[in-house]
Design a protein around this ligand. Structure first.
Ligand SMILES: [Ca+2]
Length: 512
């Protein structure tokens, strides 16, 4: 009898069943579990991560440009973190921080070019030792094979949206269809096939909505009949900022190319997909239109092409997260599973005229973080404390009942999830970005963000400081580092920056 069918059958006749001489419990049978003293079984963990999904494209974060009903459901049934930040806003580095609970200069992945040393301590390895069954499915992007997982099935590198190849435990296989659906299919299959009596940790990693933002065939024409609102800083001229903001290479105007705006189709489409693609994007007409646009009109056209595709990709993510949540309900797993939704960092959605991430400015520094765990989290709660991707690993260890190794630098947010912020919770966060010179030319910098202020030091080929008062200037348009009203703030923040660099043992980059 197939596993699932057997389980369904067992469920129909009762919850407990003799298995190998021991009682094994079926999901959803908490009363019997409690009778047997099994209530101490640690919760399951499903960590859902997208790639480059900015919080301001999620409706529970106040998005003005899209709706995400299934992501909103996690917030409605759990907690939304309003101030979760990334320590190094780029793909591979953020993933390495999440796995280790350690800053980039400690885990070794300071930029996308570095390989992750899989022999080091990670939270999945520690969960495995504690009896968890672990899996990672979807985008990995750390160059070396995953370690610490009983099962892995990953995209090679960035992967592709259509008809992707995946590497299952070292074996390459090609799948027909759309990547966001396929990754979810694999996750659901793994959940159905796993060892039922072990707690599990599944890292469910989407490729979407990473560049070049290629939608599922069914969403190719979503938003065709609407104009997406433009961000207020789309035509930022970077006055009152330093060289870093002026000299980057990530504008919609200059950097965004024909592939990004879909005047060039991907190579791996089937003839049928190509037909749908051409019909949706009208390459000849749109190329003609683009050629006849200039200045702000051209930026506006490109922004619409970009943002609609970005949001179309998110529509598929939202649908598939809904499939996952429905499965957890059907399988009776919802009560004893911590469900997390996050992205590896934020993203510029035309803000400051940009796409991409990297900078410590708000749109890419901020990460979405939604957590549902009915046993400990009050539905619909919002937390405003400063938390980081550095905290994810210690949080998962906390839920698993594993004590935090001394070298893990983050802090568990479990008490925050329970609605109790410890008195000594952090009041500032430390950031350090390294990938320069490189694509998009975002200069090296580190900095500190408090509830109200942000101080950034750009170094390497420059030596410039920027200070923002986020209360008065939430869009970060006025660098007040040299403003005569703020020398005390600068002094305090520099002291805090030095303290954080010492706490996190970071002596890389220019001195403060
Ligand atoms: Ca990313």
């Amino acid at each position: 009898m197939a596993k699932q069918t057997r389980r369904q059958f067992l469920k129909s006749i009762g919850c407990a069943v003799a298995s190998g001489g021991a009682m094994s419990l079926l999901p959803g049978c908490t009363s019997i579990a409690q009778t047997l003293g099994a209530e101490k079984k640690p919760p399951n963990i499903i960590y859902i991560m997208t790639d480059d999904h900015a919080a301001h494209a999620i409706s529970c974060y106040g998005s003005k440009i899209n709706k995400t009903p299934n992501l909103d459901r996690i917030a409605r049934e759990g907690m939304r973190f309003a101030n979760c930040f990334c320590t190094n806003s780029i793909c591979a580095p953020s993933r390495a921080v999440i796995l280790t609970g350690k800053y980039s200069h400690i885990n070794g992945v300071i930029d996308n070019a570095k390989e992750f040393d899989g022999s080091q301590q990670t939270f999945p390895k520690l969960l495995q030792k504690a009896g968890y069954e672990t899996a990672v499915i979807g985008k990995w992007h750390l160059k070396t094979d995953p370690t610490g997982f009983d099962y892995w099935n990953i995209l090679p590198g960035q992967g592709v949206y259509y008809n992707p190849i995946m590497i299952e435990m070292g074996q390459k296989k090609k799948y027909a269809g759309y990547v966001t659906d396929i990754i979810t299919d694999h996750c659901l299959n793994w959940l159905k096939e796993r060892t039922p009596d072990k707690p599990f940790c599944l890292m469910y990693h989407h490729k979407a909505p990473h560049r070049e933002w290629e939608p599922a065939p069914k969403y190719l024409t979503l938003y065709d009949d609407v104009t997406i609102p433009e961000p207020p800083t789309l035509f930022d001229d970077y006055s009152n900022r330093g060289r870093a903001a002026k000299e980057q290479d990530m504008t919609i105007e200059k950097t965004m190319n024909d592939r990004d705006v879909k005047l060039v189709a991907p190579k791996n489409l089937t003839p049928e997909q190509k037909k749908l693609w051409d019909a949706a994007y009208e390459p000849k007409n749109e190329a003609f239109r683009k050629a006849n646009l200039q200045g702000k009109d051209l930026v506006r056209w490109k922004y619409q092409r970009y943002i609609k595709d970005y949001l179309r990709c998110i529509a598929s993510v939202d649908d598939n997260v809904g499939r996952m949540l429905d499965y957890l309900d059907e399988a009776g797993l919802a009560d004893n599973t911590v469900v997390i939704y996050a992205s590896d960092q934020g993203f510029y959605l035309g803000d400051h005229g940009w796409f991409d991430k990297r900078f410590m400015y708000e749109e890419s520094l901020r990460m979405p973080l939604l957590v549902r765990y009915p046993k400990e989290i009050k539905p619909g709660s919002v937390n405003n404390d400063i938390v980081m991707n550095l905290d994810f690993a210690p949080t998962f260890l906390d839920f698993a009942g594993v004590s935090k190794p001394a070298d893990v630098q983050g802090r568990s947010i479990r008490t925050l999830l329970q609605g109790k912020t410890p008195k000594n919770w952090r009041k500032s966060m430390y950031y350090h970005y390294y990938e320069y010179p490189a694509v998009h030319s975002a200069k090296r910098h580190y900095g500190v963000r408090t509830e109200r202020y942000k101080l950034i030091h750009f170094y390497n080929d420059i030596d410039e400081w920027e200070l923002y008062d986020l209360q008065k200037d939430p869009d970060e348009l006025n660098n007040i580092y040299n403003d005569p009203a703020y020398p005390d703030v600068v002094k305090q923040l520099k002291a805090e920056l030095s303290r954080l660099r010492e706490e996190f043992k970071d002596d890389t980059g220019a001195p403060v």
